[in-house]
Ligand binder design. Sequence first.
Ligand SMILES: Cc1cc2nc3c(=O)[nH]c(=O)nc-3n(C[C@H](O)[C@H](O)[C@H](O)COP(=O)(O)O)c2cc1C
Length: 65
Amino acid sequence: MSKVLVMYHSKNGTTKRYAEWIAEGLNGDLHDIKNVKSDMLSAYGVVLLASPLLGGPIKGLTITN
Ligand SMILES: Cc1cc2nc3c(=O)[nH]c(=O)nc-3n(C[C@H](O)[C@H](O)[C@H](O)COP(=O)(O)O)c2cc1C
């Protein structure tokens, strides 16, 4: 089965808790998106982003190198 990465952005913790549940359910790795570097992504067959809506675009879509 493909390796799964669940990355999340969460200010108050709700999204983080959902991301933890998803990662546990899929037996995947869990990372705050602040700690994800683009060269990490090639190790995964599935990459999921959990992020809240905060009155605008999805937070945390930018990944630094
Ligand atoms: C300033 C602010 C703006 C928000 N805007 C939206 C929104 O536009 N649409 C929506 O569905 N929820 C909106 N919410 C609700 C948040 O998405 C929700 O509280 C979310 O669980 C926060 O995630 P966190 O606990 O991981 O930080 C907003 C919340 C705040 C505080």
